[in-house]
Design a protein around this ligand. Structure first.
Ligand code: AHR
Length: 977
């Protein structure tokens, strides 16, 4: 079958692939409980059930529930290519019967959408996959050719009539389902085929038969005759398959007392005239079921078909017992578990713990070009020529020399432009930006440069080096250098076009007079809050829209450094940008196979800017500082250089104390003055400080202790955060937690980049944590899909599920920040990430929406929500449900979050306990977050593919009773009077 629909399927697959370019396909894995299949047929030998389907599909089972995949029959006999040129094997729409002591299989090698098909026949004495006996080639039963025949030779099904005569039904489209008698030994046809069923009515005008001019609109295929109770039932599949949830397949049946028909439906209409009675209806889980087969085996009437999962579009094997209604077969696609009631209790007798304003936040690290090349809007790479290779990012032409006695002592390099000495030769530089420079038509870009050389002239140009028109130059502007002293000059360039990868060229424009240039910079004028030299607006907007309560920065591993000297040194990141020394970025080499040798930290986004950003976002600043240990992943424990001796830690501790002064001190304190001079005399109100990132082993507590002592003494107002190491459990984790208790840090930073199974198993993680010690900060986490470590909907759904456990335990878990935050589509080292961007646009991932939904529905107090007295945390017997609830005192609403991680819909009822006299609840709207494509995410091309939807729901007599669709995150608001 499916010759025709396969084409449409291919088209859809191509569309999905295109929209998911940065998501490679996960390797196919056989699912033993819900195997994927197309066109299934069934046989039983001994105690083993066998299912065969299209393609290499063959599977075995002893209970019809758990399946094992085995290699399917090869159908690659040489003669087949006479009929189907290029045929390479595989069982297309097979049929299997036991007849005269042998198993007989019929398959349909075929060319898509054409009548180039042949039904072939093969036999074997056993179905045992372990037997060496091959399938015996018994040749052709019948073939079709594209010469105006009324049928094609596919989808064979052989039925032995009551009188012992073998008959075969077959065919798709054209003139519908054909019936023909076979020779007694099944070696070929014994008569002329004739039509016994047609469709004619197409009820999905939006789905077109891709080959209608050839095949016609007679969308019928997959015939199967089933003998039962003295009737011959003819099942057929109407309409179109193979386009996932957009498929419109449905199974219809008619019956006859005679194998030759006519087959009539329950209204008496002949199937040859379009008659047919529907057999199975779409369920919450399955749509477009079709290509069925039916059997009575061991006293059971069994029905097999494939159907598309509504949430994922995968074609799954469905095996059901047939029910009978007036001798008509009726099949329910519903799974038993979908009928189960899940009764939850929302106990509002008293409010639970207060939810901290810091509960949901963000974690920023300059990884994936998040800062330089990302949110820090500087478009010039290596603007001061101080990278280890001073011309990284630049192409020099003419007479350009590097000097190192420039005006900024911590960035001493600059360039000298000398006249080329020839009217047709030029001196200058081109900068490549970060994967080019994104410019937008009509927008302004501020070019600035420190220069000296009175009487000289420089010209700044935005160019398109790949232009195929006469001039590469998009816009240019000249600057007169008026002094022999270093001075900053600027000009604004207006982009005449929009492009991702323009370049900046800087020329010496004076013929005889040279110039010295330093700190060559280009920024969009239109930055976040219009700040000169500021941040990229769209990216900050995406942070703002998350409403983060806390902002952790500047890392991550970059805080620690691959060696102590390259740790993030916040003092280097403040003061005038021209004099902030660049630092290495370990993410340029951490993954040798994703190497970005030109990735450094300019510190243009420094601690002042971070604090200012926190203020803009309304988020509590949470800086992380080095504890005197370089990254332990990158250094052996025996490397003394990676561990500052405890007795030499004072400068590091002083850095911490100075940082608090920089953030909060009065403008007349040394570091408060630096802040005030940078334009922010008022304090930044920093209250949180993390010492160390993912440190582990005894070396960490030894160093943390003196930090804690010094900070507590001078700044008891600061809440100190220690770490439990890089893992979510295990020896390092088990060692550090008791140490953190002993040291009495305020919060412990836990990290978990873990697979689906972990997220599904950790719903109750915090339910039994010790409440007496430090609080928990889930400082870095993300679901890293097994075999699919990239952003996709299902991973975000599991994050949502896990977060119900954070919310329920908000007395203990006071902050949570997903990680990492940003990634440039051309410059990433780590996936998944919350926000993706290129040089012009950005996209919010599904995980972003989950974070935002939690932020927007944070509430003020935890509320108790249980099922059978237990937290709803995906526990055994809870059918993949996770749920939590909060009271929002400001809105006067209870907010219930329910995540159905299963692939089945779930009936959920909630009764409310503890309402005071006169108090009532009213439905106040709901939000759902769902995708039918669990492996996909939003993309730059399709940024709103998967977004939350708001809606309404009813409380029936005050009772909440809803069906939560498969793979869905639901948020319900209940207003209390
Ligand atoms: O988020 C990426 C990295 O993961 C962080 O730098 C580090 O803390 C963790 O290992």
């Amino acid at each position: 079958m499916k010759r025709i629909a396969a084409l449409a399927g291919l088209l859809l697959a191509l569309c999905l692939t295109a929209s998911a370019q940065r998501h490679p396909r996960a390797p196919y894995r056989f699912d033993p409980v819900e195997p994927g299949v197309h066109d299934p047929v069934l046989a039983k030998e001994g105690d083993t059930w066998y299912v065969f389907g299209t393609g290499p599909s063959e599977m075995t089972s002893t209970d019809l529930k758990t399946w094992t995949s085995v290699p399917g029959p090869r159908v690659d006999f040489e003669w087949i290519s006479e009929f189907v040129p290029g045929w390479r094997g595989g069982a297309w729409a097979p049929d299997i019967i036991r007849y005269n002591g042998l198993w007989h299989m019929f398959c349909s090698p075929s060319a898509s959408g054409l009548q180039t098909s042949v039904i072939c026949h093969m036999t074997r004495s056993t179905l045992d996959p372990a037997s060496p006996e091959p399938w015996k080639d018994c040749g052709e039963i019948i073939h079709s050719v594209p010469d105006g025949m009324k049928w094609n030779a596919i989808d064979a099904n052989v039925v032995i009539a009551d009188d012992g005569t073998p008959w075969m039904v077959f065919g798709s489209y054209w003139d519908g389902i054909q019936l023909v008698r076979l020779k007694k030994d099944l070696s070929g046809v014994d008569g002329v085929p004739r039509t016994i069923a047609r469709r004619y009515i197409i009820d999905r005008p939006d789905i077109h038969n891709p080959l209608s001019t050839l095949a016609g609109k007679n969308a019928i295929e997959g015939a199967h005759v089933y003998k039962h109770g003295g009737w011959y039932y003819l099942f057929v599949s109407w309409d179109y398959c193979c386009v996932g949830v957009n498929s419109s397949y449905k199974v219809a049946v008619g019956r006859s007392r005679n194998v030759e028909g006519p087959y009539l439906d329950d209204t008496g209409k002949d199937m040859a005239q379009g008659g047919g009675r529907l057999v199975a209806f779409d369920s919450d889980r399955f749509v477009a079921s079709g290509h069925c087969s039916a059997y009575t085996i061991d006293g059971k009437d069994l029905y097999l078909c494939h159907a598309y999962e509504r949430y994922g579009g995968q074609s799954k094997l469905v095996v059901r017992e047939i029910g009978w209604e007036d001798e008509w077969p009726v099949v329910s696609l519903e799974d038993e578990s979908e009928k189960t009631a899940h009764a939850m209790v929302l106990d509002v007798t008293r409010n639970g713990a207060a939810i901290q304003p810091t509960m949901y936040g963000v974690f920023f690290e300059d990884i994936n070009f998040a800062a330089d090349g990302g949110v820090y809007a500087e478009m010039v790479k290596n603007r001061s020529f101080d990278f280890p290779h001073p011309f990284t990012g630049w192409t020099a032409f003419g007479k350009v020399t590097l000097k190192n006695d420039g005006p900024f002592d911590r960035n001493p390099n600059y360039v000298r432009f000398d006249p080329s000495g020839h009217t047709d030769k030029y001196t200058g530089l081109q900068n490549d930006g970060f994967f080019g420079m994104g410019i937008q038509r009509g927008k302004e870009y501020r070019f600035s440069v420190w220069a000296r050389g009175a009487g000289s002239k420089v010209r700044a140009e935005l160019v398109n080096p790949d232009s195929d028109v006469e001039s590469q130059v998009l816009v240019s502007s000249e600057i007169d250098i008026t002094s022999d002293q270093w001075k900053q000059y600027e000009t604004v360039l207006t982009a005449p076009v929009t492009m991702q990868d323009a370049r900046l060229r800087v020329f010496l424009a004076s013929a005889t007079k040279g110039a010295d240039l330093e700190h060559i910079s280009l920024f969009p004028v239109d930055t976040w809050k219009g700040r000169e030299g500021g941040l990229r607006k769209d990216l900050v907007q995406s942070l703002y829209d998350l409403h983060p309560g806390v902002f952790r920065f500047p890392g991550g591993c970059i805080v620690e450094g691959a060696d102590i000297d390259t740790r993030y040194n916040w003092k280097n990141s403040v003061g005038p940008v021209e004099n902030r020394p660049f630092n290495e970025n370990r993410w340029h080499y951490t993954y040798a196979d994703r190497l970005f040798p030109d990735y450094f930290q300019s510190y243009g986004l420094g601690f002042f800017e971070y604090f200012q950003l926190c203020e803009d976002l309304g988020a509590a600043p949470l800086p992380v500082i080095s504890c005197g240990i370089a990254c332990q992943f990158q250094n052996s424990p025996d490397n003394p250089d990676a561990f500052i001796p405890v007795e030499e830690l004072q400068p590091y501790i002083q850095d911490a104390l100075d940082l608090i002064e920089f953030a909060n001190g009065a403008p007349d304190t040394p570091w408060g003055k630096v802040r005030a001079e940078m334009g922010h005399p008022a304090p930044f109100n920093m209250r949180l400080l993390a010492v160390g990132n993912e440190q582990w082993g005894p070396e960490y507590p030894k160093r943390l202790i003196p930090f804690v002592k010094a900070i507590r003494e001078k700044h008891p107002e600061i809440r100190i955060i220690g770490t439990s190491g890089p893992g979510s459990e295990g020896d390092l984790f088990e060692y550090l937690w008791p140490e953190m208790r002993k040291i009495q840090v305020d919060l412990v930073d836990e990290h978990y980049y873990r697979p689906e199974s972990w997220f599904l198993a950790q719903g109750s993680r915090y339910d039994n944590y010790d409440r007496k010690g430090p609080k928990v900060f889930a400082g870095e986490y993300a679901c890293h899909g097994e075999g699919k470590k990239w952003n996709h909907f299902n991973a975000s759904l599991l994050e949502a599920a896990f977060m119900t456990g954070l919310e329920r335990n908000a007395d203990l878990v006071q902050m949570a920040t997903y990680a990492p935050l940003f990634a440039h589509v051309k410059g990433w080292q780590w996936r998944p990430d919350l926000i993706w961007f290129d040089n012009l646009t950005s996209v919010r991932s599904c995980s972003w929406y989950v974070q935002q939904l939690y932020s927007l529905n944070k509430g003020t107090h935890v509320a108790s929500l249980t099922m059978n007295g237990k937290p709803v945390s995906g526990q055994e017997g809870q059918d993949g449900l996770f749920a939590s609830a909060v009271w929002d005192a400001d809105a006067g609403e209870y907010i219930v979050k329910i995540v159905n991680t299963s692939t089945y819909s779930r009936n959920v009822s909630i009764s409310v306990k503890g309402l005071k006299k006169g108090q009532q609840l009213a439905a106040a709207g709901c939000t759902s977050f769902h995708s039918a494509y669990p492996d996909l995410d939003n993309t730059l091309e399709n940024p709103a593919a998967i977004v939350p939807e708001t809606g309404t729901f009813d409380l029936k007599d005050g009772l909440f009773d809803e069906k939560i669709p498969a793979k869905t995150f639901m948020i319900y608001r209940l207003k209390r009077n």
